[in-house]
Design a protein around this ligand. Structure first.
Ligand code: ADP
Length: 162
């Protein structure tokens, strides 16, 4: 049976930390669906369509990775696409506590889905999307935290800066 994992998140924006988890996950799974959840309380910084386009560009060379958006419960999305695994990255002890709560709630709803955690590479531990957005807001250079395929300057030329 094909091993399909969903890598859920808001990816606002998608960072080199996210990319690394997905590429490492390819050693464990046949297919990975990077899925942008749109049902959270978080308000978006980059539009959904743009985030989808960027992630598709990052993995254009990798046929085993798909990119999608969903607005249901994550476990319902997993069921819909036939995924039995959820992939998540762990950076810190705080991540662990947060992830444990989500994983246990998910487990209470759907026993067939296993959550697989990969420890972040040390050099990516401090990278998070909130921090990247702050760097952007104050005019800093965020490109070192983003995959090469995500060209922020090009984006801001077309859409203006926030
Ligand atoms: P969420 O809104 O679910 O927190 P994020 O987009 O922030 O979504 O993150 C999605 C997943 O990527 C989470 O499992 C998170 O732990 C992981 N992640 C976030 N930043 C990094 C990083 N720098 N290195 C590795 N994993 C990360």
């Amino acid at each position: 049976m094909e091993k399909i994992a969903v890598f859920p998140g808001s990816f606002d924006p998608f960072t080199i930390g996210h990319e690394s988890i997905v590429r490492r996950g390819l050693q464990l799974f046949d297919r990975i669906i990077v899925a942008i959840g749109t049902n959270t309380e978080k308000s978006e910084y980059f539009p959904l369509e743009q985030r989808l386009e960027w992630i598709r560009k990052v993995f254009a060379d990798e046929p085993r990775i798909e990119v999608a958006a969903y607005s249901s419960l994550t476990v319902d999305f997993c069921r819909r696409v036939g995924a039995r695994f959820l992939l998540r990255g762990l950076r810190t002890a705080a991540d662990f506590e947060y992830e444990r709560a989500i994983a246990q709630v998910n487990r209470a709803m759907e026993k067939e889905i296993e959550v697989v955690f990969l420890l972040t590479l040390p050099e990516h531990t401090f990278i998070n999307s909130t921090l990247v957005r702050e760097v952007i807001r104050y005019g800093g250079d965020a490109s070192k935290f983003l995959p090469d395929e995500i060209d922020l300057e090009d984006y801001f030329r077309k859409h203006g800066r926030k």
